[in-house]
Design a protein around this ligand. Structure first.
Ligand code: ATP
Ligand code: MG
Length: 203
């Protein structure tokens, strides 16, 4: 992989993993910016199964998170959504996601897109060596998280500045719980889906 000229015949696929509880415009802008800067053919959003980092709080049903991700990305021909993590039993590990996507997509270079906050923890992930052999890692800035080189293998990681959007799913959930609006923080269809399913009311 890498940031250089495309290898002829090899598809460039971005992989945006996340809890997406709910998906918000920060996720979408980050995916768009990385796709443009790295000349990606497509970005696949992969909602997690039960995320191991978040086992302390209850996460919305996988099906709700999956459907919100579909609604948010449906209009963009470059975006798609994969069920691989929500259909796999047990906790989600990035290594399993990348192994499966690698098998499903031969002749494809994978670019794993993650927030700078997650990138900082990257060395604590299981199987770090294999991770870097399966995908190029792209850390995107987000407000409140300083972008620094965490001392990762040379060439395996790129850092990308995205237009700053101080949006997080945590903040969106808190706003809904308080009755504050989330219009323009998440796509319109996601606002309506949250309302229809009465998500985040009791938090
Ligand atoms: P939560 O507040 O529940 O942790 P979140 O907003 O961080 O949710 P996740 O689903 O955990 O959303 O995020 C998926 C990925 O998107 C992570 O790598 C995260 O760092 C990144 N991300 C989230 N919000 C932004 C944003 N505003 N700008 C850039 N990247 C973001
Ligand atoms: Mg997060």
């Amino acid at each position: 992989p890498g940031n250089g000229p495309s290898t002829p015949g090899r598809r460039r696929l971005g992989v945006m993993g996340g809890t997406f509880d709910p998906i918000h415009n920060g996720h979408l802008v980050a995916a768009q910016e990385v796709a443009a800067q790295f000349g990606l053919d497509e970005v696949v959003f992969v909602p997690t199964g039960q995320p191991w980092q978040k086992s302390h709080r209850s996460v919305s049903a996988a099906e709700d998170r999956y459907l919100m991700t579909v609604i948010a990305t449906a209009e963009n021909p470059q975006f798609s959504v994969s069920r691989i993590d929500i259909d796999r039993r047990g906790l989600t590990y990035t290594i399993d996601t990348l192994r499966e996507l690698h098998q499903l997509n031969p002749d494809t270079d994978l670019f794993f897109i993650t927030g700078a906050d997650a990138l900082a923890q990257i060395l604590t992930w299981r199987d770090a060596e294999e991770l870097f052999s399966l995908a190029h890692f792209i850390g995107v800035t987000r407000p409140g998280h300083t972008l620094h080189d965490p001392g990762l293998p040379a060439g395996g990681v790129s850092l990308v500045e995205v237009p700053a959007l101080a949006i997080s799913s945590t903040d969106c959930r808190a706003r809904v719980a308080k009755g504050d609006p989330v219009w323009y923080l998440v796509p319109d269809g996601v606002v309506r889906y949250i309302d229809k399913r009465q998500l985040y009311r009791g938090e």
